[in-house]
Write a protein that binds this ligand. Structure first.
Ligand code: APR
Length: 274
């Protein structure tokens, strides 16, 4: 069960051993599933559980926050509470070892906002959090927003009760500006300044091998990253217990699919090169 074929092992070892090879990871919610954090589109996924009045896809927008900031905050604070209790798993740790092994030849692009890659020990300059990080917040209507740490206000909130006043007071800066979660919303654009999106695409353009881990590839930049690496002849290995359009695309473009959990396959890949 969960074996790595000889051809994948050979491609992997050759790329890791070749000092001219750039290797990048692209992670999605699946890598955090074994840490107890729900995915987005899985059975218990975040896009299945909305707030009192809105569906998830409706609530994760700038438009909704402008009109109902406290309801949007309420939904995010519940997620932050889950994140704060989660620990990195063997998959996260394997990517820390990979960074230590490859150093400048490695970059990690993540769609996850749980902060678990940094918590595991990957370095901030090599991790591109292209959808943000819920450990930070920023001024809502500022053109040059600076990130502030999310205050330690988070306790389990009653989903059926409005946000308590003492919690609301901590979601403003010292000048009284309303803060927002540092995440990319569905009606917003990627940006280098906030989400390192241009750096992520540059890393894809230079990558000789891409590991896609725990993602359905449902958003635009991850899909472009995959196609960019395939287009210039890079090797792509997808790790996911399920088949997705990523794994289907790789079947026709010569990539590889390791069908199983990242907490098993990533440590196995590291065993091959340590
Ligand atoms: N190991 C690897 N993959 C797993 C595991 C696991 N243990 N458990 C589940 N998965 C896979 C699922 O099979 C699924 O394909 O993780 C994937 C999670 O997919 P999504 O829930 O769609 O999450 P993700 O791909 O990260 O979503 C991308 O969409 O809505 C936006 O901003 C949101 O960042 C998110 C983006």
């Amino acid at each position: 069960m969960y074996e790595i074929s000889e051809i994948v092992a050979e491609k992997w070892k050759t790329a890791v051993d070749n000092r001219n090879c750039q290797i990048i990871g692209l992670t999605g919610a699946g890598i955090s599933a074994e840490s107890g954090i729900p995915t987005f589109r899985g059975a218990d996924g975040y896009w299945k559980i909305g707030s009192m009045n809105f569906t998830p896809i409706e609530i994760a927008t700038l438009e909704r926050f402008r009109d109902y900031p406290w309801e949007v905050w309420h939904w995010y604070l519940t997620r932050i509470y889950q994140h704060r209790r989660a620990q990195p798993n063997d998959g996260h740790q394997a990517l820390v070892e990979l960074e230590k092994l490859l150093d400048e030849r490695f970059r990690l692009i993540t769609q996850n906002v749980d902060g678990l890659h940094l918590k595991a020990g990957n370095s901030a300059e090599k991790v591109y959090e292209i959808h943000g990080n819920l450990n930070y917040m920023r001024i809502f209507d500022s053109s040059r927003p600076n990130l502030l740490p999310m205050p330690n206000l988070v306790e389990e909130l009653d989903p059926n009760e409005p946000l308590p006043e003492e919690v609301k007071s901590k979601l403003r800066d010292e000048a009284g500006n309303l803060m927002r979660p540092h995440v990319l919303w569905f009606d917003e654009m990627y940006s280098e300044e906030l989400y390192r999106s241009e750096s992520a695409l540059k890393a894809a353009q230079e990558a000789d091998l891409l590991l896609t881990i725990g993602t359905t590839g449902a958003t635009s930049l991850p899909a472009l990253i995959l196609k960019t690496v395939v287009h210039h002849g890079g090797i792509v290995i997808d790790i996911n217990p399920e088949a997705t359009w990523f794994s289907d695309y790789l079947m026709i473009s010569g990539g590889y699919h390791l069908k199983g959990p990242s907490g098993v396959f990533l440590p196995k890949l590291m065993e091959l090169v340590e």
